[in-house]
Write a protein that binds this ligand. Structure first.
Ligand code: AP5
Length: 218
């Protein structure tokens, strides 16, 4: 089963993709995580990405389409994948349609997480992750059980993303409404779009998604 999680920055795409990865055995494909790995490596692509991401703008379609094509060709994606952060423009969605058709990998659902802009700012500004294992947290909505210690690996160092600041969040939201929101009617016309209340608590959002997907096999 191949899925797209669609929604504005901070809607909970990464949070839900990780849960679906565990529960359904699908591969999470996060283009944001891939770009952050490039930034960390200091590659030429990473240097370009760093500047664009810190401005809250989107990377060029041609780069992202090539990156996605290489990623879904990897063996772990053959068991099914969850796209988190791709596509983000109509040209990316059109290229994805071609890729899925050529590789015989059908798209089951496009799940939109609907969240108000005001709630997104609070979610993004409170987000942090464990530097060691990458587990995601939130100052208010998902704090560590023991303050300053990761629940999952016991790590004590945490990271906040460079683009998670008030100025950049405004630009990211603007990019979402202008460039990504047109994908809603695009997938609506294909009969693939399913809507979930992303304002609900994390467990309830998962429940709504699982109601769409059905119980995991085996
Ligand atoms: P990317 O990394 O994809 O960021 P994003 O889309 O802005 O999404 P986020 O990761 O910020 O949010 P999320 O929806 O995953 O929310 P999360 O689960 O963390 O992209 C970053 C940049 O890379 C882009 O700006 C662009 O420059 C570039 N890029 C990436 N892909 C691209 C592409 N295809 N084309 C062009 N450029 C591209 O949740 C947020 C917080 O809220 C967490 O702390 C979480 O704990 C909390 N939370 C989650 N769910 C709930 C809930 N239900 N209730 C309360 N709190 C919740």
């Amino acid at each position: 089963m191949n899925l797209i999680l669609l929604g504005p920055p901070g809607a909970g795409k990464g949070t839900q993709a990780k849960l679906l990865e565990e529960r359904y055995g699908l591969a999470q494909v996060s283009t944001g995580d891939m770009l952050r790995a490039e930034v960390k490596s200091g590659s030429e692509l990473g240097q370009k990405a760093k500047a664009i991401m810190e401005r809250g703008e989107l990377m060029p379609d041609s780069i992202m389409i090539a990156m996605l094509g290489a990623r879904v060709a990897q063996p772990d994606a053959s068991r099914g994948f969850i796209l988190d952060g791709f596509p983000r423009t109509v040209p990316q969605a059109e290229a994805l349609d071609v890729l899925l058709r050529e590789t015989g990998m059908p798209l089951a659902h496009v799940i939109e997480l609907q969240v108000d802009d005001a709630a997104l700012v609070e979610r993004i500004s409170g987000r942090f992750t464990c530097a060691k294992c990458g587990e995601g947290y939130h100052d208010r909505f998902k704090a560590c059980r023991i303050a300053g210690t990761c629940d999952k690996c016991g790590g004590t160092e945490f990271i906040r993303r460079a683009d998670d600041n008030a100025a950049t969040v405004g630009a990211r939201l603007e990019a979402y409404h202008r460039q990504t929101a047109p994908l809603l009617p695009y997938y609506g016309a294909q009969g693939k779009l399913r809507v979930v209340d992303g304002m609900a608590e994390m467990a309830e959002v998962s429940r709504q998604i699982e109601a769409i997907l059905g119980a995991p096999r085996g």
